[in-house]
Write a protein that binds this ligand. Structure first.
Ligand code: 2HG
Ligand code: ZN
Length: 458
């Protein structure tokens, strides 16, 4: 295919080295990590700063060229890859990290800064960026804001939206909106930073943010606790969110998931015999939480076995049982077909029934599929991963997400809608709400070039 004329202009704007067109090089930008979403692009553009992002968007608006914005490309719902031949605007060069304001406990970070780099930067000032997730060393500030990422500590600190105190972003016509003072109290009209959280690249390109930091909690303890049943594990998660002192994560895993870790990653199971369901709970504070955590665990109904860790090495060893799930499921997907990932939230009172029901619901429409369940039990978020789906993807999504909605849950707890769940958004959002979404898109992106296929497609 001949190169479109605007590609040369893009080279003039950001420098030839930062417009990638060779398929061997762009291949890493056109598909997602699971291999489920694969697109193509005439060019991957890598601007260096907000001014270059503005120049790129001005040009793309003028030519009606659609763009997909990409951070660390760790998204799981097909929202960050060019499925319709869009240009990819990759923000990984926007890595400025400002000085930490210790009094205000805040910092300004470029969109391309990884969550891991931000955490390490905060650590020097004895602070912490409270959003944490397994993909911390690839996921970026911009991407996690655009998807309002949740992760492992939402129950204590809230999702990304709760950390954003100010935003800098570029509208599709190249105008820059910048509100980075980061005052804790600031009622000067619409909260544009809040609006961009979860906007999935459809309203503007986020280039930097003022982010809240929290004091470090240097004393930590982790327990991996086996339960006699899924129901008792989930009941305990509900209780522990109120009773474990300084609790910051309660994660749910199953015996089947542990089996998968053994098969694909040679990870030895933590218990023998293996209980059907397990919770991994972490508490962290200024004083050692180990005794308080152990006391609550010991007094909980349905506990079959437990391992408690205080040293960093042992805590990481226990966390691996939870964090390695995504990797092991991906390897299973390579054998069968890429997993469908349905990140859903249920009201706490419905969580156990949902977890018990969902494998059968999947089997009803895809008999050869396997359902893997794990997630953030402390905030009601289960990750339903389905492998071996063989052409039944739509029926599986419909059955699982329909069940979620019927129980009063959300079809996306933290990954977003992307392109994968567009047709199911009506399960959670009324026509009036969707019309407001469309109106916002028209107002902020009149040219209709920003992630056109995502959320509420143009
Ligand atoms: C996690 O909680 C991520 O580890 C990924 O949200 C979940 O792989 C998944 O489905
Ligand atoms: Zn998650």
């Amino acid at each position: 295919m001949p190169e479109p004329g605007y590609v040369k202009q893009l080279r003039d704007l950001v420098g030839p080295a930062h417009v990638l067109t060779d398929e061997g090089i762009t291949s890493g930008f056109v598909s997602d990590w699971t291999g489920r979403f694969v697109g193509s692009t005439p060019a991957v553009v890598r601007p260096a700063d907000v001014d270059e992002v503005a120049a790129v968007l001005t040009l793309c608006s003028k030519h009606g060229v659609s763009v997909v914005t990409q951070g660390g490309n760790t998204g799981l719902v097909g929202g960050g890859v060019p499925l319709n031949g869009e240009i990819v605007v990759s923000l990984t060069r926007l890595t400025d990290l400002g000085e930490i304001d210790r009094d205000a406990r805040a910092v300004t970070a470029g969109a391309g800064v990884t969550i891991g780099a931000l955490q390490r930067h905060a650590e020097v000032a004895e602070l912490d960026y409270p959003v944490d997730l397994a993909s911390r060393d690839s996921a970026t500030v911009g991407g996690t804001i655009a998807t309002n990422a949740g992760g492992l500590r939402v129950m204590r600190f809230g999702p990304t939206r709760s950390q954003v105190r100010g935003i800098e972003a570029v509208l599709s016509d190249g105008r820059v909106i910048r509100h980075l003072d980061g005052l804790v109290k600031d009622n000067t009209g619409y909260d544009l930073g809040g609006l961009l959280c979860g906007s999935e690249g459809t309203l503007a390109i986020i280039t930097a943010a003022r982010l809240r930091l929290v004091p470090q909690r240097p004393e930590r303890a982790v327990a991996l606790v086996g339960f006699t049943s899924v129901r008792s594990a989930i009941a305990a998660a509900g209780q522990w969110s109120a009773t474990v002192p300084d609790v910051e994560a309660i994660e749910f895993i199953t015996a089947a998931g542990i089996g998968l870790l053994a098969t694909h990653l040679a990870l030895a199971p933590p218990f023998d015999p293996l209980p059907p369901a397990m919770l991994l709970v972490e508490a962290a504070g200024r004083t050692d939480p180990t005794a308080g955590l152990a006391e609550v665990v010991t007094g909980t109904d349905g506990v079959e076995d437990a391992a408690v860790a205080s040293t960093s090495l042992d805590r990481h060893r226990l966390w691996r049982y939870r964090e390695a799930h995504t990797e092991a499921i991906n390897l299973e997907g390579v054998k069968t077909s890429p997993p469908h990932k349905l990140d859903v939230t249920l009201p706490q009172g419905e969580l156990a029934s949902f977890v018990e029901a969902v494998p059968e619901v999947v089997a009803g429409v895809a008999p050869r599929a396997r359902t893997w369940l794990f997630g953030h039990a402390g905030d009601g978020n289960v990750h339903v991963n389905v492998t071996g789906i063989e052409g039944a993807g739509r029926s599986v999504d419909e059955a699982v997400l329909g069940l979620v909605a019927s129980l009063g849950g959300s079809i996306s707890a933290e990954h977003g809608i992307g392109t994968a769940k567009v047709q199911w958004l009506h399960l959670n959002r009324s026509e009036a709400e969707l019309e407001v979404f469309r109106a916002l898109r028209r107002a902020m992106d009149p040219a209709g070039i920003l992630n056109p296929a995502v959320l509420v497609p143009r």
